[in-house]
Each structure stands twice: as C-alpha cells, then as structure tokens.
Design a protein around this ligand. Structure first.
Ligand code: NDP
Length: 332
C-alpha cells in the first residue's frame, strides 16, 4: 500500500483527499514503476486539486504533474530498477495518475534521466515551473543568438515574478548577466526578488490594466507567466526586434493586444509549452538547469511541505499566495 492524493467526482461534489492505494491499482497503461521521493504543487496542480478548472479528465485521478524518484520495476528498454528519473507533463496528473503519491506507474517514453548533479529534491524544487522558466530562457537565448544580442544590452522583464516560473526565470536571467525587471503584485517580496538578482522591482498594476497598442520601448525581452493585459502591455513596451516568451495565464487566458508591436517594431512572441515539449528540448532544459542554477537561490525559492499539506497549497497557489516553489516530500 502507498499514500496518494486522490481526486474523485461523486454526486456529492468534486473531492481531493489523502488515501491509501494498492500498488496493483496503478495504471496498467504504464510500463515503468517509480518510487517517488518528491513532487511539487504547480499552478496547474492547484487547478486540479481544487477543481477550479477542468484539468482532470478522468476519475479517480492522482494529481501531480511532475515527480522525481527511482525506478523499482521496468518493462521499458531504456529504464531499469535503480535508475533515478524525473517526469513533467504528458498529461500526468490530468489524464494519467500523477506524482502526488508515493508510487507511480508511467510510460517509459515520458521519463527523463535525473541529471547526476541534481538531487530528487532539487529537481522538484525546480519542477515544472522551473523547467518552463528554462524553456522560456532557451527561446530568448536562441532569439538573441540569431539577432546578435549580448547579455546586459537591455532590461529583461519577468512578470508573475514572485511565483514559481517568475522566481526561477529571474535567477537564471540574472545569473547570465541580464538586467532583470521583476513585476509583482507583492511589494513586500521586493527584497526576495532582489536577492534572486532582480535589478528593479515594479508594481504589476503598471502592466495589468488595458493599455495603448504601442508604448515606450522599455525591455529587450520578456518572460511572461501572466497573460491577458499584462502580456499585451509587455509586448507593446518591448524594444524594436525584441522577444517575448509567453507561458502562463495567471491573470487570464485572453490576449487583448494589437498587431502594432509585431508589424511596427518587429517583435517576436514565442509560445512556450512544457507538457508536450519534445524529449530533446526537455533534456536540454534539465541539463542547463543542472549546470546554471544557483543552488543557494534555489534553496531561497523553495518551501518544503508534506503530501497532506498539498491540498491546502492548491488553493494558496491559485490565490497567488505562494512565494517561489513548493516542493512536496511525499514520504513526510
Ligand atoms: P505561481 O502561482 O507560482 O505564479 C504565478 C504568479 O503570477 C503569482 O505568484 C503572482 O505573482 C502572479 N499573479 C497571480 N495572479 C495574478 C493576476 N490576477 N494578475 C497578475 N499577476 C498575477 O504559478 P507558476 O509560476 O507555477 O505558473 C505561472 C503560470 O504559468 C500559470 O498560469 C501556469 O498555468 C503557467 N504554466 C504554464 C506552463 C506551460 O507549459 N506553458 C508550465 C508551467 C506553468 P506576483 O505576486 O509576483 O505578482
């Protein structure tokens, strides 16, 4: 038997509870069994745990879109018992039982080898949010390489700065020598954001209301985890030839923008998806995280909680009350 969060939808209403499952109940469609050490609570996990958005597609469901642990049994040619692995996305925690549990059975094709220099806890301190931040940074790096832009040649805006994607993006970009402008709705977290490397902290209200289609040119690039008016204003304030990596919708799924920044300033909008990203890009992102991330900052970004606490944390993250990353010790 093992502990797991399980979401059900009986007639009495949507429910998430901590319960015990038998290993024999693990999904038969998987070919690798993993003993999980750490999972996380991402924004999407918050949606799944609370039922606020229909991300869970079948019931009962074990939530948790990512995990790190050790293979205990494998019918997949790439993996054997004892291998250290991690997983992000592929519908895990949405359509296939996920990581907020002590065991998982998943498809071997979805697993990434845990880089030697990352512990299971560090990997999940980063989790899907950190890996997505790296995908955003990689898109910008490719843009800068193509355009011949050097580090430090202008400000880079990070929105949703106090959240998981935002915190890791600030740390990565500042570590590469970029001047980071952090946009947050939590001015009380300004010192925290500066400790991660933000040069300037702005109030998110500067960006969150409807704005003009073309505004003063402020940044060479943007990592946006917020969407809606914030993304529209971020694009409208991006300098000529700049780039915006959009990955999130914390403010909203809409994009009330005009074509002006694209056709008059030649800016590029990169869409970032972590869930179905090809394996080569995933592995490159995790390798880069293992090499580039400042471990002291990762500690500062991370709060550890137990499996039972993950249920309340699901509501907290949707309310924008979580600073940085929540790592879940599933055995605590
Ligand atoms: P977090 O909740 O940790 O961070 C989101 C941050 O956005 C909050 O901390 C807050 O930062 C800000 N925010 C919250 N509500 C609002 C609002 N109404 N208006 C403006 N800003 C707001 O989530 P994650 O970092 O884990 O994820 C961020 C987003 O990225 C989510 O929408 C998530 O779904 C998406 N995502 C997408 C992925 C993909 O594959 N494309 C993968 C991972 C995440 P502050 O208080 O500093 O303003």
């Amino acid at each position: 038997m093992f502990n797991a969060l399980v979401i059900t939808q009986p007639e009495s209403g949507y429910r998430c509870e901590l319960t015990q499952l038998d290993e024999a109940q693990l999904p038969a469609s998987g070919d690798v069994t993993v003993r999980i050490d750490y999972s996380t609570v991402n924004y999407k996990d918050g949606l799944a745990i609370t039922g606020k958005s229909p991300v869970v597609r079948s019931f009962p469901m074990v939530p948790g879109i990512d995990f790190a642990g050790t293979v205990t049994q494998s019918d997949h040619p790439r993996w054997k018992a004892g291998d250290r692995v991690l997983l992000n996305g592929f519908g895990v925690g949405e359509t296939h039982w996920g990581g907020l549990a002590q065991m998982a059975r998943v498809k071997g094709n979805w697993l990434v080898a845990l880089p030697d220099t990352l512990s299971e806890r560090e990997a999940m301190s980063l989790g899907t949010a950190g890996y997505t931040a790296m995908l955003c940074v990689m898109a910008l790096q490719k843009h800068w390489a193509d355009a011949g832009v050097a580090s430090g040649s202008g400000d880079v805006l990070v929105t949703g700065a106090g959240g998981g994607v935002g915190s890791v993006a600030i740390s990565l970009l500042a570590g590469m020598g970029h001047t980071v402008v952090a946009s947050t709705g939590r001015p009380q977290e300004a010192d925290y954001l500066r400790s991660l490397g933000a040069a300037t902290v702005i109030d998110r209200s500067e960006l969150s209301a409807p704005g003009k289609p073309l505004q003063k040119e402020r940044w060479i690039a943007v990592v946006d985890s917020v969407g809606s008016h914030t993304l529209a204003n971020a694009c409208a304030s991006t300098r000529y030839g700049g780039a915006v990596a959009a990955c999130g919708l914390a403010q909203g799924m809409d994009l009330p923008a005009s074509v002006a920044p694209f056709i008059l300033r030649g800016i590029t909008l990169y869409g970032i998806d972590s869930v179905m990203a090809p394996m080569a890009r995933r592995e490159a992102a995790w390798d880069a995280l293992a090499k580039k991330l400042d471990r002291a900052q990762l500690k500062a970004i991370t709060t550890e909680i137990g499996l039972r606490d993950a249920m309340a944390a699901g509501s907290d993250i949707l309310a924008g009350q979580v600073r940085g990353r929540l790592v879940v010790n599933v055995n605590a």
